[in-house]
Design a protein around this ligand. Sequence first.
Ligand SMILES: *[C@@H]1O[C@H](CO)[C@@H](O)[C@H](O)[C@H]1NC(C)=O
Ligand SMILES: *[C@@H]1O[C@H](CO)[C@@H](O)[C@H](O)[C@H]1NC(C)=O
Length: 358
Amino acid sequence: MKTTLCFLFLQLISSLCSGELQPELNNDISPLGKELTDHTRELQETPNQQQTCKEDVNTVLREMSAMLAEQRVEIRQLQKENQGQTAKLESQKTEFEKQKIEFEKQKFEVEKQKIEFEKQKFEVEKQKTEVEKQKTEVEKQKTEVDKLKQQLQGQTAKLESQKIEFEKQKFEFEKQKIEFEKQKTEVEKLKQQLQAELSSLKARTNVTEIHVEELKTDKELKQVAFSASLRVSGAETLGPFNTHTPLVFRHVVTNIGNAYNPNTGFFIAPVRGVYQFDFHVHGPGHASHASGAVLVKNGDQIFTAYEHQASYSVNASNGVKLLLEVGDVVYLKLWVNSRVYDNENHLSTFSGHLLFTM
Ligand SMILES: *[C@@H]1O[C@H](CO)[C@@H](O)[C@H](O)[C@H]1NC(C)=O
Ligand SMILES: *[C@@H]1O[C@H](CO)[C@@H](O)[C@H](O)[C@H]1NC(C)=O
């Protein structure tokens, strides 16, 4: 409609330019009608208006009146339509209000839900914070656990190394134990050997002791020596006798081994061996009696010492080495019909000793 009015206005302007403006305008058409009337009045008030345009203007005005009438109809129709649409709009408005209420209701509901959501969100944030806290706690504990794990691993490694060391020492100990057992066996063997040796040594010692005892006895037996003269004191002449008569030498100077008996004049051999015997006979010179003695062994005459002078004195001596058995008896006999003298000077003597055993 605005476009149409503009068009009309432009047409009016062009009409004015050509001097055909018509002053009568229908005042019913307002506000456009009024505007147009105002323009017309201005145009009418212009004193120098060309008379030539008057007819054209009237034509245009007539046309415009027709058009306006036409448009009035149209407007009425439009007004009618407008009323219809207004009613429609009213109903739509009511509908819209209803929907708006509904919307407000829903909006309230949404707000409520939003609050609820915010509440839940806050709750969730709280829980999230809590979870973060717990997560941090868990991380801390994890770190702690890792630390402990590392410590444990370290201790485990240490334990393993100690275990290895222990096993090594155990092995060493077992080795030493075996070695010790071996040495023990060796020692036992040595002990047995030593005991055997000790027994044998003891036996040998026993034997040796016996030998020593024997040797001691033997030595004592071997220590045999004696010397004796006829008279202990005073002077005496023995004989003559018509048979060989045993002589008893009573003055003992030496009698080691006590093999000589000064009461019997017998020497009895204590051991088997070779013995040396010496005898000296001193006698006064006499025409009919000599001085002499014979050494007798078990009744057998062995050697004789004999001398005869008519005056003064005589000295007869002899010696012999004899192998004697144990118990053999050796003594001196005064030679038959002879004489022997002795005094404190010990001139007539009998001596003997063991040279060596056999
Ligand atoms: C040693 O000899 C004695 C006497 O012959 C005997 O009784 C004793 O048992 C002997 N001892 C040993 C250890 O042979
Ligand atoms: C015999 O021995 C004694 C004592 O030694 C001595 O006085 C004497 O003269 C000796 N007789 C002879 C003949 O030598």
